[in-house]
Design a binder for this molecule. Structure first.
Ligand code: SF4
Ligand code: SF4
Length: 75
């Protein structure tokens, strides 16, 4: 299992990116449905540590489960 960034909820603040110990959070192309930058988690690299979930200031942007249906990985 991995963590998921909900593409339509992420606001591109990127606190999670520097906090991730395995550097598996990557920028998406363009803007999301909110019109903000967005990021995605590489499920194959995520070690499920939960740090991104703790630092993200946007409620609901990160889910503690693998949900490929809610996370885009490209535009
Ligand atoms: S998941 Fe949260 S901390 Fe990471 S970029 Fe999106 S809003 Fe920012
Ligand atoms: S759970 Fe840990 S390893 Fe996975 S994306 Fe979040 S910070 Fe990175």
């Amino acid at each position: 299992m991995a963590h998921t960034i909900v593409t339509s909820t992420c606001e591109g603040i990127a606190d999670c990116v520097e906090a991730c110990p395995v550097a598996c959070i990557h920028p998406g192309e363009g803007k999301n449905q909110k019109g903000t930058d967005w990021f995605w988690i590489d499920f194959s690299t995520c070690i499920d540590c939960g740090i991104c979930f703790q630092v993200c200031p946007v409620e609901g942007a990160i889910l503690q489960e693998e949900r490929p249906d809610l996370q885009r990985t490209s535009s």
